[in-house]
Design a protein around this ligand. Structure first.
Ligand code: FAD
Length: 532
């Protein structure tokens, strides 16, 4: 951030007298009364609202580098109270303005932006409030939990809990994401088949609603808000604290990858392994994912460097032979008590799998090294200037009953024919019964469903080629009647969102009317503020 430049009164006035296109409600152009905005500098937060170029530029971009929306100001809150003041101001105003919490800005389609509104830079909370904003409580009898600020990065939550020998149970592949950001989506990774997504491991939250009220919510208290906010795409409130379930942390991880040329064998083995999913089931795996390897990328990519270079040529020859091969990735955690049994338990689980003979690879790494496996790839790309590039990602949930059709129509046809996919492509199944249908996230209506993630990186001049491929995939699924749902969804029309939420739309809309009736929050999702 540039050396402190709180918005001076005259800048506020300039912003305000220019007729603004409101993104709120009916999206008609409107002149914002000067008198209203003159009140801003009088607010206790005036000194924390900045409009210097650096703040505005940072808040108008994200990891996607595809959408750009300029806010009029950025709030750097030093307390929850600051967020309350801002939202109250917007709510009580005759011309409400949009407000978006920005976690780490790792959305790909402008979801944390606020066109001519105010972006709340959540990371500012870290620097102000006392302590680390990760507080651990509980006991062996009733269990442990961490109260964490919504702005906290999962890597910091993990490090703080590990100091107590504890850990959250469900993660994302990459840990430099915020608690508020992932809880607004779902938060998935290879642990989800057994422990559920991150949203299924939250006991309680403090949320500042779109009416400017600070509410504590849980399954038993203000439950509509609780279930609405989890997976709620930032539509109902800003999460300032979340109480996250913790368990005893393991020390190390047996990490295994196995290669397949046959898709149905690959998915059969994945589905077999996720059928062992009891939380207390000691023999079950702790993590399961899968990825697709094709000839355009190296066997290793930024998502994790796993295969030793001495094995690359063997792997590449299989890819060349089959066009696409599939990689099943599993992990089993262990500690001092289980170090003598872990190999046997793992062997028991994978002994009947049908991967290609000789193409099984193993690693033994520390727990944190495993969970933080994406970081080294990120740092490498950053040093090469290849991290801050467009990311036309596509993340889907696909029902199990149609995953073979998806493979034939998408991986074996569209992906091979277009021949542009280089980035990691993830594919792994999850169990629906580990999700709570009262939460806002939408998933397919089958007991088992897959997540498929095309994590493309592109140049600034060719990201549209990837979006064309994404559109072809949508069209194929639509024509073939494959009832996919987008994860980290991006829809450009209201009809698209209504279709996305399906039977959940009514509740979603009612919760919006209840907690953010003036449609102030997270306008960048374009659900209720759609200009189209
Ligand atoms: P932002 O992008 O800043 O915000 C996302 C949305 O949440 C916005 O609408 C914003 O307004 C809202 N929001 C932010 N903070 C709050 C808050 N405190 N209260 C209420 N609303 C808030 N996702 C997975 O599930 N699994 C993965 O394995 C995974 N891997 C990823 C790897 C990389 C490299 C990247 C870039 C993303 C990955 N994601 C993954 C996606 C990630 O979950 C989303 O980008 C998510 O939005 C979190 O990012 P963020 O914390 O930067 O939130």
């Amino acid at each position: 951030m540039a050396e402190n430049s709180p918005i001076p009164t005259y800048i506020v006035v300039i912003f305000i007298i220019s007729p603004l296109i409101s993104t709120i409600g009916n999206s008609k152009p409107c002149s914002v009364p000067l008198s209203h905005y003159n009140k801003f500098p009088a607010l206790d937060i005036a000194g924390k609202l900045l409009a210097d170029p650096e703040s505005l530029t940072s808040a108008s971009t994200d990891f996607g580098h595809i959408v750009k929306e300029n806010p009029i100001a950025v709030l750097y809150p030093s307390s929850t109270q600051d967020i309350l003041s801002l939202i109250k101001e917007a709510y009580n105003s005759s011309v409400p303005f949009g407000i978006a919490a920005r976690g780490n800005g790792h959305s790909t389609r402008g979801q944390a932006m606020a066109h001519v509104g105010v972006v709340v830079e959540m990371s500012a909370l870290k620097n102000h409030q006392n302590g680390s904003r990760v507080a651990i409580s509980g006991d062996n009898f009733s269990g442990f939990y961490a109260d964490v600020g919504g702005e906290q990065l999962w890597i910091d939550v993990l490090k703080a809990t590990l100091e107590h020998g504890l850990t959250p149970v469900s993660f994302t592949d990459y840990l430099y994401l915020t608690v508020g950001g992932t809880l607004s989506n779902a938060g998935i990774s290879g642990q989800a088949f057994r422990y559920g997504p991150q949203i299924a491991n939250v006991y309680e939250m403090d949320v500042v609603t779109g009416k400017g009220e600070l509410m504590t919510c849980s399954a038993n208290k203000n439950s509509d808000l609780f279930y609405g906010v989890l997976g709620g795409l930032g539509q109902f409130g800003i999460i300032t604290r979340a109480r996250i379930a913790l368990e005893t942390a393991p020390k190390r991880v047996k990490w295994v990858r196995m290669l397949y040329s046959n898709f149905s064998t690959f998915t059969k083995d994945q589905e077999y392994l996720i059928s062992f999913n009891g939380r207390r089931q000691t023999e079950a795996l702790n993590y399961l994912e899968g990825l697709l390897l094709n000839h355009r990328g190296s066997p290793n990519n930024w998502r994790s460097s796993f295969f030793p270079s001495s094995d690359h040529s063997r792997i590449i020859s299989k890819v060349t032979k089959h066009g696409i091969i599939y990689c099943l990735e599993v992990a089993k955690y262990y500690d001092d008590h289980t170090k003598n049994t872990v190999d046997k338990e793992l062997q028991q689980l994978i002994k009947d799998l049908s991967y290609l003979p000789g193409l099984r690879f193993e690693k033994d790494v520390s727990y944190i090294e495993f969970l933080n496996r994406v970081r080294s790839g990120e740092l490498k790309l950053q040093s090469q200037g290849l991290w801050d590039v467009p990311h036309p990602w596509l993340n889907l949930f696909v029902p199990k009953s149609r995953i073979a059709d998806f493979n034939n129509g998408v991986f074996k046809k569209i992906v091979l024919e277009r021949n542009i996919t280089t980035g990691p492509v993830l594919i792994y199944p999850m169990n629906r019964n580990k999700w709570d249908d009262r939460m806002s996230t939408v998933i397919p209506e089958e007991d088992v469903f897959y997540t498929v993630g095309f994590l493309h990186s592109s140049g600034f001049d060719n990201w549209e080629d990837f979006d064309e491929q994404n559109n072809e995939i949508f069209k194929f699924c639509n024509d073939a009647g494959i009832k996919i749902k987008q994860y980290l969804a991006h829809h450009t029309t209201k009809a698209g969102w209504i279709n996305h939420f399906g039977s959940k739309w009514r509740t979603f809309k009612e919760r919006k009317a209840q907690f953010d009736p003036k449609k102030i929050l997270s306008p960048g999702q374009r659900i209720f503020n759609n200009n189209i």
